[in-house]
Design a protein around this ligand. Sequence first.
Ligand SMILES: *Cc1c(COP(=O)(O)O)cnc(C)c1O
Length: 410
Amino acid sequence: MLLQNSRYTLGGMDVLGLVEEFGAPLYVYNADTIHRQFTRLDRAFSGIDHQIKYACKALTNVNILRFIRQCGGGLDTVSLNELHLGLQAGFAAKDIFFTPNNVSFDEVKEAIALGAQLNLDNLPMLEKLGQTYGGSVPVCIRINPHIMAGGNEKISTGHINSKFGISITQLDDIVRVQEQYGLDVSGLHMHTGSEIVDTDIFLQGAQILLEAGRRLKTIRFFDFGGGFKVPYKQGDKETNVEELGERLAALCHNEMKQRGSSFYACFEPGKYLVSEAGLLLVRVNVIKQTPATTFAGVDSGLNHLIRPMFYKAHHDITNISNPEGAVKPYSVAGYICETDNFAWDREMNEVREGDILAFHNAGAYGIMMASNYNSRPRPAEVFIVNGKAHLIRRRETLEDILRTQLVLDI
Ligand SMILES: *Cc1c(COP(=O)(O)O)cnc(C)c1O
């Protein structure tokens, strides 16, 4: 978001103008940023044959999915509905991973019927797959390498207590099931958590995966997951994807020599592609002075952006209505009947009733984790492409909230 002539712009569009046109609260995404992030990652991994599978749970609007397809990406999905959205967005089924956790075998069967690439993470499911399909359906296996990576406990998925993946200590069992049914194990997968900044830890996990792969001759690829961190505030650490890409390519080329056969790599960025592309724009309803702080109460809350409350995540907040205002501390809080503070004593340009605040890094896990709590509608979404703003999801209404309710005659 650039400040030009004391007006904030995004993708060349005047941000306040977008609020005037589409209302608040409003999610806005900039296609240029998604393209920039895709290209940067693609280049970083150019040392090895690779595919980028967008982990779409971060933001699944079909227009975003189509844009990422045009960038050259595939998809990583975690539910049948995500898989259907991917197909609707024009992805070929073979370019879509289905990486579920704790779903029924019926869901897996449906994903197979749709032609997606399976990525399974438990032994009973592998047995069922073998019993039902023998070796006729290729399957990638999600391994838990037991490394502690990721920003915090809630977003770390590779540690010993994690529910995800098949433990690396059970590799013998994997090999046994593979041999028993002649499973076509097409790849091995890991996704060890979100917000990994330490390339050494990432490479440790990769090494474990590659070594496990030596026991499986049918492997065509290794999927190293996502979790690449982007900065959320000034001075924030981010994953050095160029360094990671270079070192990982070297590791893989070594491994190919060792195996005597080549393979390609997959990556599943979610946050990395869409986080910085998004803003959540909210209006200030109330300024409230208390003995502890000055609250700026806004027309949004944990029903629209739950990351600050759920993960204690930091989101930069800019008062785009008053860029020249004197800087003062404000605590930004939502309108939900819960303690939904977005920020405490945050330095901002003077905030007045009616001002529009912009939450940064709102592209990933923003609207997707939104709810109708307090019977509030979810915001609209706008996508800026080639200097034009398009409404890609209308604001919900009371009718939407009532739509699934059946009113009894009692
Ligand atoms: C959520 C998820 C990702 C993406 O994580 P980010 O932190 O958004 O990059 C990748 N792979 C799998 C299997 C996931 O569940």
